[in-house]
Ligand binder design. Structure first.
Ligand code: ME8
Length: 519
């Protein structure tokens, strides 16, 4: 694998980031970090979507300019991703000058080659979706099914993109590439939507929408938000209609666009059609994740249950975001909806990260210090009964990531931790020490520590801080590529002293955590 190009959806900046936005960025960051363990060149793009009527109206309601609103809220997204250790390479804003210029050129090219034409139109526009809705998709009360709001009747002369021209070729492509849309069960929904697809409006009259990129040849029209937004995946790399940059040539096509299920239509129908019109290759995968609910309810301003991504870190006084990242990433199987609840969060991270994984390392290192002054003797090394399961888990985890099964992969890692715990329980090194079977005791401890190195590598994408703490105590190089992992990781000689043993994760709400909170 030479390169891996991965993107998130770019978030609307008419509000602050919430836990749903965070879910997507965490999933993407985990996938990106996993691939850094398999390939030297991962490009991770995220950003904000800053044009459109929604942003224009929110700014007006707050008495500020759209640009001021965008600047203020884009910063909130950047701050949140920093707090969650989202390690993106580039943050694109659709108000970036170079992005705007290239979007104008893309539109112009499609217009000149006849993929875009002008047409007078009356339709039902949903501001929440920033798109025209088909009357047959509305609820019985005539509302947008996603936003439960009445769409407005818009009558305008707009530019249209000839989506119908690409209908058959798109259907064929999706049928011939069963891994294009992930999870596969969503492909049928897309094929159904394609059946009655129409040409789509790709501009709005400036008189109605001022906050948008001007059509180059027609200053009365601004470019429709989805052409503007979707193009970010190529403009960020320096795409140009005449002279694409080397970065673009290197990274395009994207390996995966990670997006929510609500915007799958735009990514698996509109975007591939735009790309075909531009004569560019299609992304390899569109991964549509599910939605996060709070205490089993849909998050909404009116219910007052919108949770900011950093509020969880603050309310549990977490010193790093690992537990939250782990919890979110393991909250739902591939493409299914997940849920956040405080109680479930506490229970799961305490059980998995503190009791199973953290304690195992802590107990094993403490015994090594107690019985052997922290030294791994050459005679402790030998055949490791946990090796097969551990190296098998590495392969299973890789396979899960290839299918974007992030929660499923995390379960495999915890199952390896459980197997190592059972091995310690079954072999009771404390009893071996009491019976003065010191070599056997040392072997058991070393076997576990060798496997803990593999566990630190596997948990790294989810919990980079915990993994770094584990690796430090094990003198293990976390930069080891997954394919280079062996079951022989611990060097012989002095490994650790008593004062260097440190719990890698304190139970949330435990006494110790309470004390460190008071500090
Ligand atoms: O759709 N759970 O922006 P957006 C999980 N600007 N994911 C959620 C979620 C939830 N409760 N709520 C939102 C847009 N998301 C466009 C995208 S891409 C070229 C343009 C996800 O701020 C949502 O599914 O409404 C989407 O993938 C992302 O957050 C941004 O949503």
């Amino acid at each position: 694998m030479e390169k891996y190009y991965i993107t998130t959806a770019i978030d609307y900046v008419n509000g602050a980031p919430h836990i749903g936005h965070a879910y997507e960025k965490i999933l993407t960051d985990i996938i990106a970090r996993h691939y850094t363990q398999r390939c030297d060149d991962v490009y991770f793009l995220t950003g904000t979507d800053e044009h459109g009527i929604k942003i224009q109206k929110t700014a007006a309601a707050q008495g500020i300019t759209p640009k001021e609103l965008c600047d203020m809220n884009a910063q909130k997204f950047k701050d949140a991703w920093k707090a969650l250790d989202i390690d993106y390479k580039k943050f694109i804003r659709t108000t970036d000058e170079d992005h705007e210029k290239i979007v104008q050129k893309i539109f112009d090219k499609l217009l000149k080659q006849g993929d875009i034409y002008k047409h007078s139109y009356e339709g039902l526009y949903c501001q929440g979706c920033e798109c025209f809705l088909n009357p047959k998709d509305l609820t019985e009360d005539g509302l947008c099914p996603d936003h439960l709001k009445k769409p407005e009747v818009v009558k305008e002369e707009n530019y249209f993109f000839k989506l119908t021209k690409y209908k058959d070729i798109l259907i064929k492509y999706i049928k011939e590439h069963p891994d294009f849309i992930v999870p596969q069960f969503r492909a049928n929904e897309v094929l159904n939507q394609l059946e009655d697809i129409q040409d789509i409006s790709v501009s709005r009259a400036k008189s109605n929408v001022q906050w948008g990129i001007d059509v180059l040849s027609d200053s009365e029209q601004s470019i429709y938000v989805w052409i503007d937004a979707l193009s970010n995946y190529i403009t960020a790399l320096g795409f140009d209609t005449e002279n694409p940059s080397d970065t673009f040539k290197k990274y395009w096509p994207a390996d995966v666009h990670v997006i929510g299920k609500d915007i799958l239509k735009f990514h698996s129908i509109y975007w591939p059609a735009f790309l075909m019109a531009l004569d560019l290759p299609l992304p390899k995968h569109i991964f549509a994740h599910g939605w996060i609910t709070i205490d089993e309810s849909k998050m909404s301003k009116s219910l007052g249950n919108v949770i900011s991504p950093t509020s969880v870190l603050e309310s549990f006084n977490l010193e790093h975001p690992d537990a939250f990242r782990y919890y979110m990433a393991s909250s739902a199987p591939c493409g299914r909806d997940g849920n956040y609840s405080d109680d479930d969060f506490k229970e799961k991270v305490n059980a998995h990260l503190a009791n199973s994984m953290g304690n195992l390392l802590n107990r094993t290192l403490s015994m090594l210090v107690k019985y052997f002054d922290g030294e791994v003797k050459p005679e402790f090394k030998g055949e490791n009964p946990l090796a097969k399961k551990a190296l098998g888990t590495v392969q299973i985890v890789k396979n899960h990531f290839d299918n974007f099964e992030i929660a499923e992969a995390s379960l495999e890692i915890i199952s390896l931790v459980d197997a190592a715990n059972k091995y310690v329980q079954d072999n009771a090194p404390w009893t071996l020490a009491k019976e003065e079977k010191m070599i056997e005791c040392g072997q058991v401890l070393t076997n576990v520590l060798d496997i803990m190195c593999i566990i630190s590598a596997l948990i790294y994408p989810y919990c980079p801080n915990i993994a770094a703490d584990m690796a430090r105590q094990l003198s293990f190089n976390l930069k080891t590529k997954l394919d280079d992992l062996t079951a022989d990781n611990i060097k012989t000689g002095k490994l650790i002293s008593k004062e260097d043993i440190k719990p890698v994760f304190l139970r949330v709400d435990s006494e110790i955590a309470d004390k460190s909170q008071k500090k």
